[in-house]
Design a protein around this ligand. Sequence first.
Ligand code: ACM
Length: 263
Amino acid sequence: MKIAFVQMNCHFGHIEANLARAAELIESVAADLFVLPELFNTGYLFQSSDELQQLSESAKDGQTTRFLSQLCGRKNCHIVAGVAERATDGAIYNACVLVGPRGFLATYRKVHLFDTEKRWFTLGNKPFFVVDMGSAKIGMMICFDWIFPESMRSLALLGADIICHPANLVMPHCQKAMVTRCLENNVYAITANRIGSEERGDEHIAFTGCSQIVGPRGKVLTTATAREECVRIVDVDVTAARDKNLNSQNNLLADRRPNFYTY
Ligand code: ACM
């Protein structure tokens, strides 16, 4: 199975241009699963609830999901992409969608909001879950979820083979931490980060690029540099994520001692 990240710059408020750029990057390559950055369609630094309201859309059948569905149909692939989701009750989530050739499949709502995201977004209100695509079991988490080991452990316990991780990273630690997370859980993880910066009002933020795909045993399979727009593809054996034995005596999941842990 070929899995990929799309590392790109995103222009705040220019949804159509961001969709077109993502499609351009995906159109010329072939993979089964692509991961795009967090909020890749809207940009990141919102200044008001009104602004977020205007740029948000339905995860199921909004402009972005419809666009990605058509792209998946043409390319016969699946895409995980970060969007600002407007739910039917009006709440707005920092979310990502899983879309395939036949359209919308699932939405994950970011459980751990980062910094000023808490001003605008509603906290994710649904547990981590896994989608069985046949060829692989897919789990989703978004950016800052990485700092909570429980995120990826929950997905691994649910049987995820591949963790799709759209990101807008600003701190330098995530890439190293994801190596540990993949070692702890023996899974694949695709971190799709963005590049560039945003300056809005008094706020300025720079995104760190260096997207990566890490495999079982914490092996780094491919990495982007900090500034390039690119797609990187790795051909993976999904079954390697299913053997949780570390050696003849230790199993990463079966050896856990939950009765001794504090929650
Ligand atoms: C982040 O969660 N966007 C840092």
